[in-house]
Design a protein around this ligand. Structure first.
Ligand code: AGP
Length: 612
C-alpha cells in the first residue's frame, strides 16, 4: 500500500526521501515520486515504476533543497502512470500533497472545484486535496495561520481515510500533516524532523517519534513541531522512544527479508514470551486488566483478523477452548464486519494484526466496540492505528516484519494467543496447574526447538527443488495441523504463485480426493499423537492414488511409503504449529527462489492492507 516520507532540516532532502521510500518498498507500490522546494518553486519528480528509477533521473541529483515530501503509490483510482503518481500539485503550483488512503467523496469535490475553474491532470482522488487547499487559501482570511487553516478547511471536506502531507512554496520552513484512519508518525531529530507512514522508513535517523492521532494536525519545522486538535487548538504531545534497532529493518547479510525473518523466529519468540510468565509463576499481562468476575460472565470470545493473522487466531481458539472452556469463534474481518455478528457486553473480542493498520480488522474492532464488547488488539507495531481503538493492546514484540509474507509475526502471534489462553485459565482458576506448568515449560523450549527445525532447511530445499515446477499442491492436517495447512497453503500461493488448497484431512473423502492423480504433490502435517493413525490413513489414500507426499511430523512413523518425511521436535499439541509451520515457510521460500521470483515483494500484494 502507499507510503509517505517527509523531511525538513539541515541536510539535502532528496537522499533522505529516497532512502525512506526504499524502506517502504516492502509495503507494495507501483509508482514513486518526490517534491522539494528549490529556488522558491515546487519541483516534483515522479513516475510509475520503482524507486530506483527515480534515483536515476538526472534532474534529481541536482536538487539541494532541505525540505521535501515523497510517496510510493499503490494504485486505487487510476492506473499506475506519471500523472497519477504523487505528489500532486494544485493548479497554481503553490501546494504539493502526498496522500495515503481513499477520499470517498472525491467525485463531488472534483465537481465543486471544476465549477470554480480548477482543472485536473490525473484520475486520482488525491488531486482534489491541493486544489481544495488552494481554494480555501485564496478565499480565507490572510494571516499567519492561513496555510494551516486552509489545510484544515480542505480536510473538513474530505470523507474517507487519509494521511496527508502538504508543502507550500509560500511557507518554505514547514510541512503540515494530518491523518484519519491511516498511519502517520513524526520522527524528531536534531535540527531536523522527519515524517513517515511507517516507522522503518526513518528509523535510521531517529528513535524518537510522535504518533499522530486521528484528526490531529502537526506543523513540522526543522527545529520545532506544533500539534493542533481538530479545532486547531494547540496542545503538547509526548514523545515515544521506539526500541527497534535500525538494523532490525535491514537484511543483515540475508538474501531476502523473508529468509531473515524466518531465521529470526527463535529470538522473536523469546521477545514475545518476555516477562509474561516464568516457571512456577502465574502469567502476567500488565497491558490488560481482566478480572475473574468479568471473565466468568463472558459467554463468547471472537477472534477476528485477516490472512495469516486469522490463521494464528485459529490456533488461539483451540488453546482458549481447551484451557478456558469458553466458546470461541474465529472470523475473517471482512466477513465479520458485514454479517451482523452476535455481540454484546458479555462478548470479548480479540483482533490480531501484525501491522495494526489493516482496514477490515480495524473496522471490525470499531463494530465490536459499538456493541459494547470488550476489545483486545494483538499487534506488532507500536502505536499503530489498532492500538488507539482497542480497550487493551498486547504487543507481540517480534521486531519489524518487512517481507510481505508474514512468518515471524505468525509464530509470535500464536505464542501470544496461547499465553493469553493460559492467563485467562489462571484467572478463571479452572486449569489443571500441572498441565499449564508443563505447557509453560514447552513454550520456553520453543526457541531452541525452532533452531533445530531451521537446521534442516537444506532437506526442505531439496524437496522444493523437486516440485517447484508444479501447478497445484494440496495441504492436509487435522486440528492444529489443519490450521498450519491453511497457513502453508497461503504462504505458497503468496510468494510462489502456485495454486494450492488446504483441507482438513477428514474432508478429503467428501470431494477433494477427486483432484488427486498421479504425481500431484500433497503436503501433510502430522503432529497430534491422538490423531496420528487417522491422519496416516488419509495420507495413504492419496499415496495409493499416485500423489507425491511430503510429511511434516514429530511422530515416529514406521511402515509408511511417503516420499519425504521431515522430522521436527516433539512438543505440546497446542503449540505444535510454531514448529510445523517453519518447514512450510521454508518450502514456499525455496520454491519461489527456484522460480526466480521476488520473494519479499510478491505481485499484487501489499504488506499492510489499509484499504477495504
Ligand atoms: C501474510 O503472509 C499476508 N501478507 C497477509 O495475509 C496478512 O497476514 C494479512 O493481510 C493481515 O495483515 P495484518 O496482520 O497486518 O493485519
Amino acid at each position: 500500500m502507499c507510503g509517505i516520507v517527509g523531511y525538513i532540516g539541515n541536510k539535502k532532502a532528496v537522499p533522505v526521501l529516497i532512502n525512506g521510500l526504499r524502506s517502504l518498498e516492502y509495503r507494495g507500490y507501483d509508482s514513486a515520486g518526490i517534491a522539494v522546494l528549490e529556488d522558491n518553486e515546487i519541483i516534483a519528480i515522479k513516475d510509475k515504476g520503482r524507486v530506483a528509477n527515480l534515483e536515476n533521473i538526472e534532474d534529481i541529483k541536482n536538487l539541494n533543497s532541505s525540505i521535501g515530501i515523497a510517496h510510493t503509490r499503490w494504485a486505487t483510482h487510476g492506473k499506475p502512470s506519471k500523472e497519477n503518481s504523487h505528489p500532486h500539485l494544485d493548479n497554481s503550483k503553490q501546494f504539493a500533497v502526498v496522500h495515503n488512503g481513499i477520499i470517498e467523496n472525491y467525485h463531488e469535490l472534483r465537481e465543486f472545484l471544476s465549477q470554480k475553474g480548477y482543472t485536473f491532470l490525473s484520475q486520482t482522488d488525491t488531486e482534489v486535496i491541493p486544489n481544495l487547499i488552494h481554494y480555501y487559501y485564496t478565499n480565507g482570511i490572510r494571516d499567519t495561520d492561513q496555510f494551516l487553516r486552509a489545510v484544515k478547511s480542505a480536510v473538513d471536506d474530505l470523507k474517507g481515510s487519509y494521511a496527508i502531507e502538504v508543502m507550500s512554496k509560500n511557507y518554505p520552513d514547514r510541512i503540515i500533516v494530518v491523518r484519519k484512519d491511516s498511519p502517520l508518525v513524526i520522527g524528531k531529530g536534531n535540527d531536523e524532523n522527519f515524517v513517515a507512514s511507517d516507522i522503518p522508513a526513518i528509523l535510521c535517523h531517529t528513535k524518537d517519534f510522535y504518533l499522530l492521532e486521528d484528526n490531529e494536525y502537526a506543523v513540522v519545522y526543522a527545529n520545532d513541531i506544533h500539534f493542533f486538535d481538530n479545532s486547531l487548538e494547540e496542545h503538547s504531545k509526548s514523545i515515544k522512544s521506539i526500541e527497534w534497532d535500525a538494523t532490525a529493518a535491514e537484511k543483515n547479510g540475508y538474501e531476502d527479508y523473508m529468509l531473515k525473518e524466518i531465521y529470526e523466529q527463535p529470538n522473536a519468540i523469546r521477545e514475545t514470551i518476555g516477562s509474561r510468565f516464568k516457571l512456577g509463576e502465574k502469567c502476567n499481562f500488565d497491558d490488560i486488566d481482566i478480572s475473574k468476575e468479568y471473565l466468568s460472565q463472558v459467554n463468547k470470545i471472537w477472534i477476528v483478523a485477516c490472512g495469516t493473522a486469522m490463521h494464528a487466531g485459529l490456533v488461539g481458539k483451540n488453546a482458549i477452548e481447551k484451557l478456558c472452556k469458553i466458546s470461541t469463534e474465529v472470523d475473517i474481518a471482512s466477513e465479520f464486519r458485514y454479517r451482523d455478528p452476535i455481540i454484546n457486553d458479555k462478548t470479548l473480542c480479540i483482533f490480531i494484526s501484525q501491522s495494526g493498520e489493516t482496514a477490515d480488522t480495524i473496522a471490525a474492532l470499531k463494530l465490536a466496540k459499538s456493541k459494547n464488547a470488550k476489545t483486545i488488539a494483538v499487534t506488532n507495531v507500536i502505536g499503530s492505528s489498532i492500538t488507539r481503538e482497542a480497550d487493551y493492546t498486547i504487543y507481540t514484540h517480534a521486531g519489524p516484519e518487512i517481507a510481505v509474507a508474514s512468518t515471524k509475526a505468525y509464530t509470535s502471534q500464536v505464542v501470544l494467543m496461547v499465553i493469553l489462553a493460559m492467563y485467562f485459565a489462571e484467572i478463571l482458576g479452572i486449569c489443571d496447574e500441572n498441565c499449564v506448568e508443563q505447557l509453560k515449560s514447552d513454550i520456553l523450549d520453543l526457541p531452541n526447538k525452532i533452531e533445530t527445525v531451521l537446521e534442516s532447511a537444506d532437506d526442505i530445499k531439496k524437496f522444493a527443488e523437486k516440485v517447484y515446477t508444479e501447478h497445484d499442491m494440496y495441504f492436509l492436517g487435522r486440528g492444529n495441523d489443519y490450521c498450519v495447512a491453511l497457513e502453508g497453503s497461503l504462504k505458497l500461493k503468496e510468494i510462489s504463485y502456485i495454486h494450492s488448497e488446504s483441507y482438513a484431512s477428514g474432508e478429503l473423502k467428501h470431494g477433494p480426493i477427486a483432484l488427486i492423480e498421479n504425481g500431484v504433490t500433497v503436503i501433510s502435517i502430522l503432529t497430534n499423537p491422538d490423531l496420528v493413525e487417522k491422519s496416516i490413513s488419509n495420507i495413504q489414500e492419496v499415496v495409493s492414488r499416485g500423489a507425491k507426499t511430503l510429511v511434516i511430523t514429530n511422530q515416529k512413523l514406521s511402515n509408511v511409503n511417503f516420499d519425504f518425511i521431515m522430522n521436527i521436535p516433539d512438543t505440546n499439541s497446542l503449540i505444535s504449529p510454531i514448529l510445523s509451520v517453519i518447514p512450510l515457510q521454508l518450502f514456499s521460500y525455496y520454491i519461489a527462489k527456484n522460480k526466480k521470483l521476488d520473494v519479499d515483494k510478491p505481485r499484487n500484494l501489499a504488506k499492510s492492507v489499509t484499504v477495504e
